[in-house]
Design a protein around this ligand. Structure first.
Ligand SMILES: *Cc1c(COP(=O)(O)O)cnc(C)c1O
Length: 850
C-alpha cells in the first residue's frame, strides 16, 4: 500500500494582549528559580505543562487558544499574573548591593565566565551534571548579587543524552534535537545582521552564530555552528555535549575559548576579569594573547597581562575530567589558527605540558595562563595542589598558589516552595540573609510539628513522583502489574511513612553507587524489617562510553528486580534537574559514598540539606567541611595506603552500622506525635548550619572578594602605560629562567645551634646569582617550632635576609634573628626569584633550599 507523507503543522495560539508579557517571562531564565513564574504556566494548563517538560516557550506554542483566553478572563489568575510581573520587574530593576559595588563597580568592571556546560533548568538541556549545574548556579547568584558579569558557552542542539533503562538493565542513550525557538534564547544581532564569528580551522574557517540567554540581570552568549556557512560536518560540532571523539572535543574547545573570546570582542565588551571554569575553556588564553600581540606586545608580555586578569577553577581529581590532547592532534587542530595569529607552536605547547609528557593538558594550560587558581573544597584544594604541583616544580605543594572556594547551590532554585513559604512567615527577610549564619538560627524557632508537616508533604509529592516515574518506565518495559505494584508498595502506603534514602548522581565508578550492597544479607535484613522498613531510591546517568559505570546501573537494576528486595531498592531512569528537585526535597536521607578524595565537592547533598534531608556521606568534598557531628552522619575514609578492597569493606561496614544502629532507630523513634523528635532536631541542625554556608551567593561573594577583585587590579596594573609592567615582567622572567639553573646558595660560616632565649644569632648566606641582581631574589629563613613535627606553613615564622655585600661574584645576605619560639626549633634557608609585580611570590615555581 502506498503510504501518505505526513506534513507537520503547528498552529500557534495568539497570546491575548493582557497576557503578552508571558512571552517575556518565558524568555528569561528567571523562571528557572522563580516558582511563581512556573506556576503561572502550570495554572493555565497543567497536563500540557508537564507534557512539555516545564518548558515555557514550548508551552506558549502548544497551548490551546481557549485556555489562554480563559486565563485572560480569570480575575484570580490575572491578579497572580500581575503580582508575579511585579516581582519580576522589581528583581530586574534592583541594582547591585553596596557590598558588591564597593569591590567591583558596575561602571568599570566586567567578569567574563566561560564554561562548557550550563545547567539552569530541565527545559534548557545543555548540561550533563554537577559542573553544569554549578555554572548555572554561579550565574544565578551573580545575577542576584548584581555583579557585572557575562557568561559564555556552547549551544548543543541535542545536549546530553536522554536515558532509558531497558528490561535487562542496560542503559539506552537517546538524543533529541532541540530547536532554537523552543529554548529560552534569542539570536544576537549586530548592526541589523545576525552576529557570527569565525575561527580558523585546518583548511577552513568554522563559523558560529551567536545566541543570547537572559539569566535575570545577566547575559549568557552561546555559540552554535549549525549555520549554512559551514559544511555538514562542522555544523555538527556543537551537536552534543561530551559527544564525538577527541577531534570533536578539541574543536568544541577551540570554539568555546577562541570563538567565545571573539564574541565578546565583537560585542565591544571588554572584561576586566576572566574566569575559566574547568579546562575546556582554556584556549581563550591563546586568543587573548593573540589580541594583545596584535596590539604590539610580544608573547611573554601578552601572557603576563592575560594571566594576571584570569582565574582558573579546576573541578575534579579524576583523570577523565581533564582533557589531554596528543601533540599531533594539537598541531593539526590549531595549526591554521596559530599561523594566522603569529603564536609559536612550541611556546603554546609548553603551556600545556605536564611532567614533560608529549601531550597537551588543558588543565596545565589553564594554570599557566592564569595567576589565580582554585579547587572547589578544602580537601580538593589540597588534592589539586598536589596533582598540579608540576606547574611550580620547585614549590612544596602546600605553598603553591592553588587555593579553594567550596561550591554552593542556588537556594531559590533548589529550596522547595513549601519551605520558602514557611520561611516567609518565620523570617521574612531570609532571602537577603543567605550568608548570615546567626540569622539561620530562626530554624530552631519553627515548631517541630509544623516543620515535620512540611517535610511530610514534600515527601508525599516525591513519593507520587517516584511511583509515576516507575510505572511509566515499567509499563514501557512490559513489566507486569503485580510486579510494579510490589515495587511501589512501600512508597504508596504513605501512612507508614517509610524511611527513604536517596542516591542520585552520575554513575561514575569512583562514586561507588553499589557500596551499600557490599553485605547483601545484612542490607536486606535492614531494608525489609517489618516494622522499620527502608527504601533506597537510585537514579543517574553513565557516560555512553563509560562501560563500568553502565555496569553499576545494571547491578542496581537487577537488585531492584530481585524478589527479596523488591520495593526496597528502586532505580529511576533519566535523572535531570526536575527529578533532582523532587528527590532532594522529599527524601529523609541523602547518601553519598565516593572514594576519598575523588569527590571534588559534590553539591547535591547541599541541596538536600536546605530541604531538611540528612546527609549520610563519606567525609570528602564539601561534607569534609559541612559535617559538625550533629547535622548528619559521616563515614570516615580509610587510609589511602590500605588495599582498595579492604577500604571498601570497612567503609561499607561503617555505612551499614550507621544505618542499622543510628539512622533507622532514630527515624522510627516516634512518640505519640507521629514523628521522631530526635530526627527533627538533627534535621533542623542540618538546615540551619548548611544553608548559610553552602549556597551560591556565599560562593560567588567569596570569588568576588578573594579572586575577582585582585584579578581586576592585577590585570589593569599590567596594562597601564602601554603595558609597561607586563613587558618588564615578561623580560625579567625570561632572564630569571635562563639564570636560575646556575644559581646556588650556601651558608657562610656556621649556624649557631644554641643560644639563650633573649639572644639573637646571625645568619649569613652567600649566593652565586649567576648574573641576577640581589634585588631579583628573596632570601628567607623559615623558623618552625619542633613540636609541630611535619612541615606546616601556618607554624612558620619568616625572616628576610638582607643584602650585605657583593664580592667576587658572590652576594652575601644576612639577618640577625631572635628565636621566635622557646626550646627546639628548625631553621631552613631558601631563595626564590622575586619581583614586585608578581601576583604570587612563588608564581615562577623556582625555589632553592640550602
Ligand atoms: C546537583 C546536581 C548534580 C550534581 O550533584 P553531585 O552531588 O555533584 O553528584 C547533578 N545532576 C543534577 C541534575 C543536579 O541537580
Amino acid at each position: 500500500m502506498n503510504k501518505a507523507t505526513e506534513f507537520r503543522l503547528e498552529a500557534r495560539p495568539r497570546v491575548p494582549e493582557v497576557l503578552e508579557r508571558l512571552e517575556e517571562l518565558a524568555n528569561n531564565l528567571f523562571y528557572s528559580w522563580d516558582h511563581g513564574v512556573r506556576n503561572l504556566f502550570a495554572r493555565i494548563d497543567l497536563p500540557l505543562w508537564q507534557k512539555v517538560e516545564h518548558n515555557p516557550k514550548l508551552f506558549l506554542r502548544r497551548v490551546a487558544q481557549e485556555r489562554l483566553d480563559e486565563a485572560a478572563e480569570d480575575r484570580a489568575f490575572l491578579s497572580e499574573y500581575r503580582r508575579i510581573l511585579g516581582s519580576y520587574d522589581a528583581y530586574l530593576e534592583s541594582e547591585s548591593g553596596p557590598e558588591v559595588d564597593e569591590i567591583l563597580s558596575r561602571d568599570t568592571e566586567l567578569v567574563a565566565y566561560f564554561c562548557a556546560e550550563f545547567g539552569f533548568h530541565e527545559s534548557f538541556p545543555i548540561y550533563s551534571g554537577g559542573l553544569g549545574i554549578l555554572a548555572g548556579d554561579h550565574c544565578k547568584a551573580a545575577s542576584d548579587l548584581g555583579l557585572p558579569f557575562v557568561a559564555v558557552g556552547l549551544l548543543y542542539q541535542q545536549g546530553y543524552f536522554i536515558q532509558t533503562i531497558d528490561p535487562q538493565g542496560q542503559q539506552v542513550a537517546r538524543y533529541q534535537s532541540h530547536f532554537s525557538d523552543e529554548l529560552p534564547i534569542s539570536a544576537v544581532e549586530l548592526n541589523g545582521e545576525p552576529l557570527k564569528v569565525a575561527v580558523p580551522f585546518p583548511d577552513r574557517n568554522v563559523v558560529a552564530q551567536v545566541w543570547k540567554a537572559q539569566v535575570g540581570h545577566i547575559d549568557l552568549y552561546l555559540l552554535d555552528t549549525h549555520t549554512h556557512e559551514n559544511n555538514a560536518e562542522d555544523r555538527e560540532l556543537t551537536l552534543r555535549l561530551y559527544g564525538g571523539d577527541e577531534s570533536t572535543r578539541i574543536s568544541q574547545e577551540m570554539l568555546l575559548g577562541i570563538g567565545g573570546t571573539r564574541v565578546l570582542d565583537a560585542l565591544g565588551l571588554a572584561p576586566t576579569v576572566w574566569h575559566i571554569n574547568e579546562g575546556h575553556a582554556a584556549f581563550q588564553i591563546l586568543e587573548r594573547c593573540r589580541q594583545l600581540m596584535a596590539g604590539g606586545l610580544d608573547f611573554e608580555a601578552a601572557l603576563e597581562a592575560v594571566a594576571a586578569a584570569t582565574l582558573f577553577t579546576t573541578h575534579t581529581p579524576v583523570a577523565a575530567g581533564h582533557d589531554i590532547f596528543s601533540r599531533d592532534l594539537l598541531l593539526y587542530a590549531l595549526g591554521a589558527y596559530l599561523d594566522e595569529s603569529g603564536l609559536d607552536f612550541e611556546k603554546v605547547f609548553a603551556l600545556g605540558s605536564k611532567n614533560g609528557d608529549e601531550s597537551f593538558n588543558m588543565t596545565s594550560l589553564g594554570l599557566r595562563g592564569s595567576r589565580f587558581h582554585n579547587g572547589v573544597s578544602r580537601i580538593h584544594g589540597s588534592v589539586a595542589s598536589d596533582m598540579e604541583g608540576d606547574v611550580w616544580p620547585q614549590i612544596p605543594a602546600e605553598e603553591n598558589p592553588i587555593g579553594y572556594i567550596t561550591n554552593g547551590v542556588h537556594v531559590p532554585t533548589f529550596l522547595a516552595p513549601e519551605w520558602a513559604s514557611l520561611f516567609d512567615i518565620q523570617a521574612p527577610t531570609w532571602r537577603s540573609e543567605l550568608r548570615d549564619r546567626d540569622f539561620w538560627e530562626f530554624v530552631e524557632r519553627i515548631p517541630d510539628y509544623h516543620y515535620w508537616s512540611v517535610h511530610k508533604a514534600l515527601k508525599q509529592q516525591m513519593g507520587e513522583f517516584v511511583v509515576n516515574q516507575l510505572q511509566r518506565q515499567h509499563v514501557r518495559n512490559g513489566t507486569g502489574h503485580s510486579v510494579t505494584d510490589r515495587m511501589t508498595r512501600q512508597l504508596i502506603s504513605f501512612d507508614k511513612d517509610t524511611l527513604v534514602i536517596g542516591f542520585a548522581r552520575r554513575f561514575a565508578t569512583y562514586k561507588r553507587a553499589t557500596l551499600i550492597f557490599s553485605d547483601l544479607a545484612r542490607l536486606e535484613r535492614i531494608l525489609t524489617d517489618r516494622d522499620h522498613p527502608v527504601v533506597l531510591v537510585f537514579a543517574g546517568k553513565a557516560h555512553p562510553k563509560d562501560k563500568p559505570g553502565q555496569h553499576l546501573i545494571k547491578v542496581i537494576h537487577d537488585l531492584s528486580m530481585q524478589a527479596s528486595l523488591m520495593g526496597h531498592v528502586i532505580l529511576l531512569e533519566d535523572y535531570d534537574q526536575a527529578m533532582a528537585r523532587h528527590l532532594l526535597s522529599g527524601v529523609d536521607v541523602w547518601l553519598n559514598t565516593p572514594e576519598y578524595p575523588k569527590e571534588a565537592s559534590g553539591t547535591s547533598g547541599e541541596k538536600a540539606a536546605l530541604n531538611g534531608a540528612l546527609n549520610l556521606s563519606v567525609l570528602d568534598g564539601w561534607w569534609g567541611e559541612g559535617y559538625d557531628g550533629e547535622n548528619g552522619w559521616a563515614i570516615t575514609p580509610r587510609n589511602l595506603d590500605l588495599d582498595a578492597e579492604f577500604r571498601n569493606e570497612e567503609e561499607a561496614r561503617d555505612l551499614l552500622d550507621l544505618l542499622e544502629f543510628e539512622i533507622v532507630p532514630l527515624y522510627y523513634n516516634r512518640a505519640s506525635q507521629g514523628y521522631s523528635k530526635g530526627w527533627v532536631k538533627r534535621s533542623k541542625a542540618s538546615m540551619k548550619t548548611i544553608t548559610p554556608r553552602f549556597n551560591s551567593q556565599r560562593m560567588v561573594m567569596d570569588y568576588v572578594e578573594r579572586y575577582y577583585s585582585h584579578a581586576s587590579m592585577q590585570g589593569k596594573k599590567m596594562l597601564e602605560d602601554d603595558a609597561a609592567i607586563a613587558r618588564e615582567l615578561g623580560v625579567w622572567k625570561q632572564r630569571v629562567r635562563e639564570a636560575w639553573p646556575g644559581v646556588s646558595l650556601n651558608v657562610q660560616g656556621c649556624v649557631e645551634s644554641r643560644c639563650a632565649f633573649d639572644e639573637t644569632i646571625e645568619l649569613r648566606v652567600e649566593a652565586n646569582l649567576n648574573g641576577l641582581a640581589a634585588g631579583d631574589v628573596r632570601v628567607e629563613c623559615l623558623v618552625t617550632p619542633q613540636c609541630v613535627g611535619s612541615y606546616q606553613r601556618s607554624g612558620d615564622n619568616r625572616v628576610l635576609l638582607k643584602e650585605e655585600s657583593d664580592q667576587d661574584g658572590k652576594t652575601v645576605f644576612s639577618a640577625q634573628i631572635a628565636p621566635p619560639y622557646p626550646g627546639l626549633q628548625t631553621l631552613r634557608l631558601r631563595m626564590y626569584p622575586y619581583h614586585d609585580a608578581l601576583t604570587h611570590p612563588l608564581e615562577m615555581g623556582a625555589l632553592l633550599w640550602i
